[in-house]
Design a protein around this ligand. Structure first.
Ligand SMILES: [Zn+2]
Length: 117
C-alpha cells in the first residue's frame, strides 16, 4: 500500500550550523521574555513567534538573550557586525517540525566573536 498522505514536514534546524534544534520552551525568571525560546549547541539563541505578527518583539528577545539579558549591550550591537541573524519559517510548535501550512517563525541570533566588548 502506498502512503496516500505524504509527510511534507521537515525537522527544524539551526540556520547557522544545520543541527536539529530542541523545541523552544518558556523562559523562566525574566519578565522581558514573553516568547518560547531555546539555544543551539553552536551558540545561537532563538525565540519563537507563533503568529508571524510579533516580529520585532521576538527578535528583540532573541537579541537580549544572546546578550545575557544586558539591554544596553543588546542595543549597542549591530547586525552583520556584532551578530548574525537567521530565520526559520513555517515552524509548527506542536509538531516541532517545519510544516507548509504553519505560520510560526523562529528568530535566531548568534553573536560574533568579541561582540559587544
Ligand atoms: Zn546552531
Amino acid at each position: 500500500m502506498p502512503k496516500l498522505i505524504r509527510d511534507r514536514t521537515l525537522p527544524a534546524r539551526c540556520p547557522f550550523c544545520s543541527a536539529e534544534i530542541r523545541r523552544p520552551a518558556e523562559v523562566e525568571g525574566d519578565e522581558w521574555y514573553d516568547f518560547a525560546a531555546g539555544s543551539c549547541t553552536c551558540g545561537a539563541v532563538f525565540a519563537h513567534d507563533p503568529t508571524a505578527r510579533n516580529g520585532g518583539a521576538v527578535f528583540l528577545q532573541a537579541l537580549l538573550m544572546a546578550s545575557d539579558g544586558d539591554m544596553d549591550r543588546a542595543m549597542g550591537m549591530a547586525e552583520d557586525v556584532d551578530y548574525d541573524v537567521g530565520y526559520v519559517y513555517k515552524y509548527n510548535l506542536e509538531l516541532h517540525r517545519l510544516e507548509p501550512n504553519s505560520f510560526g517563525t523562529l528568530y535566531f541570533v548568534r553573536l560574533r566573536a568579541g561582540a559587544g566588548d
